[in-house]
Design a protein around this ligand. Structure first.
Ligand code: PBG
Length: 327
């Protein structure tokens, strides 16, 4: 007869609840939101069922709903009508992302942390996260100049937390310095520190209507590299990042765990478009229990060490938490 019986603590719902190690709370969730220029109605994103490109008007409803559900914040992405080589729309105060930031900041006040994607890929015609040099390579240091400009416009538009997702070397230090020397000392920096060159960003390309020439392997991390993910996070903390992030989440839980163990700043994770699409597709086919799979996927990311999770299910999942359907 076994002397040690771990099953004892699993016997009833009350016992299981009492010994649960990982609980979700709405404030641990951040909703990524797309806002598209030049449309009168929200546009569905076919590879992300349930997610839309918002208009400057419909985004108000989405953020009010998010605030009512008690989530932690929203991460805004702009979908511009026109793109060029240097991503001019990104630094235009009336560019779609900056306009949307003003609308959202005005709508929700302090109820949500208003965050913005600080990267050029939504705004460049070649789809890269930076500007290109004469022979078509992404030019790191010239891109840093564009990021500095973006940071100032985003901060002035009302973004409280800048999501640096471009994976250029020195981007955190460059943006921090630009913000500080222009008086934006309280605007925080979320560094997408360990951002891998991932196939899971696929549906995001449809979401921001952008096509990429080539690939991003010269600046995003190789999916096989674990130590390098930790190194990137440590560099970003050294450069002044207020929060570091691992992305994607589900396939990089070891990296997340390493970063969480070593970091003295909050650690976030981004459950990306492809992770969303896979569960939605399986659920639509009746192959998986949607609610349980969504919940479990986010619990796993929290358990691995994320303090906060960016997820397209943020508002819906917060609703389930508030209703006590999941914990
Ligand atoms: C860069 C950025 C991307 C995502 C977030 N910020 C795209 C990329 O690097 O290819 C992807 C998010 C997702 O797939 O959900 N602007």
């Amino acid at each position: 007869m076994p002397r040690v019986r771990p099953r004892r603590l699993r016997a009833t719902p009350a016992l299981r609840r009492a010994v649960s190690e990982t609980r979700l709370h709405p404030s641990d969730l951040v909703l990524p939101i797309f806002v598209r220029e030049g449309v009168d109605e929200p546009v569905a994103i076919s590879s992300m069922p349930g997610v839309v490109q918002h208009t400057l008007d419909s985004v108000r409803g989405a953020v009010n709903e998010a605030a009512a559900a008690g989530i932690g914040g929203v991460m805004l992405f702009g979908v511009p009508e026109v793109r060029d080589a240097v991503g001019s729309g990104a630094t235009d105060p009336d560019g779609i992302l900056n306009l949307a930031t003003r609308v959202v900041a005005d709508e929700v006040g302090d109820a949500l942390v208003v965050q913005t994607d600080l990267c050029l890929d939504e705004f460049t015609d070649h789809g890269h996260c930076g500007v290109l040099d004469a022979i078509g390579r992404v030019d790191n240091d010239a891109t840093l100049e564009r990021y500095r400009e973006m940071a100032l416009v985003q901060a002035a538009s009302g973004s409280a937390l800048l999501g640096l997702s471009g994976m250029m070397d020195g981007q955190v230090a460059a943006v921090r310095e630009a913000l500080d020397t222009s008086g934006f000392i309280d605007t925080a920096v979320l560094a997408y520190s360990a951002k891998y060159a991932s196939a899971y960003y696929g549906p995001f390309r449809e979401a921001v209507a952008s096509t990429l020439q080539g690939d991003r392997r010269s600046y995003q991390l190789d999916p096989g590299n674990r130590r390098e993910g930790l190194r990137e996070a440590m560099i970003d903390i050294e450069e002044g990042a207020d929060i570091v992030m691992v992305k994607p989440a589900g396939s990089y839980l070891d990296v997340l765990s390493d970063v969480a163990a070593a970091s003295d700043v909050p650690v976030w994770a981004y459950q990306v478009s492809g992770e969303y699409a896979m569960i939605e597709a399986a659920a639509a086919n009746g192959w998986i229990d949607r609610q349980r799979a969504v919940h479990e996927s986010v619990v796993g990311i929290r358990r691995a060490g994320a303090d906060t999770v960016l997820t397209y299910w943020a508002t819906e999942l917060a609703g389930w938490l508030n209703d006590g359907v999941v914990a």
